[in-house]
Write a protein that binds this ligand. Structure first.
Ligand code: ADP
Length: 161
């Protein structure tokens, strides 16, 4: 049986922490879909097509990874895809509260779903997309946190005054 995993998120933008989780997932599962959320009520820095494009540019070397977008309930998307494994990244203990709540909620909505938590490499433990945007806005280098492609996108979004 082929094992499919869905890794959902905002990816606003994709960081090296996200990418670390994608690589780990690709090593464990036969197929992976990185599912970029398209939630019009949530305020994002990058549009859904920009976020999709940034993921796409970073997964070209991973043949079993695809990127897609979804709107509405994630579990509905997973049902359509016949996917039962939901991947989430866990950085620090403070992530757990929210992530456990989300996992329990998703299981109530779709009892066949199994949330699998993966830990990134230590160097990405304190890495968050919001922090990267703050650093970019202040004009500091972001190379350690994102790929060069995403770095260029950030520079364009937050040009030096
Ligand atoms: P969401 O809005 O769904 O939380 P994010 O793009 O912020 O979307 O995160 C998607 C997933 O990636 C979440 O499970 C989050 O905990 C995880 N994640 C975010 N940053 C990192 C990181 N540096 N290392 C590992 N996992 C991360």
């Amino acid at each position: 049986m082929s094992r499919l995993a869905v890794y959902p998120g905002s990816f606003d933008p994709l960081t090296r922490g996200h990418l670390d989780i994608i690589h780990r997932t690709a090593r464990i599962f036969d197929a992976v879909i990185v599912a970029v959320s398209n939630n019009p009520t949530k305020k994002h820095t990058f549009s859904v097509s920009e976020r999709l494009d940034m993921v796409e540019s970073s997964i070209r070397d991973l043949p079993n990874v695809d990127v897609d977008t979804f709107s509405g309930l994630l579990v509905d998307y997973m049902r359509v895809k016949k996917a039962h494994v939901l991947i989430r990244g866990l950085r620090v203990v403070s992530d757990m509260d929210y992530e456990f709540q989300l996992a329990s909620f998703n299981r109530r909505l779709y009892k066949e779903v199994e949330t699998v938590f993966l830990m990134p490499d230590d160097q990405y433990t304190y890495l968050a997309a919001s922090m990267v945007k703050e650093v970019a806005r202040l004009g500091a280098p972001v190379d350690a946190f994102v790929t060069p492609y995403v770095g260029r996108r950030l520079k364009r979004r937050f040009p030096r005054k």
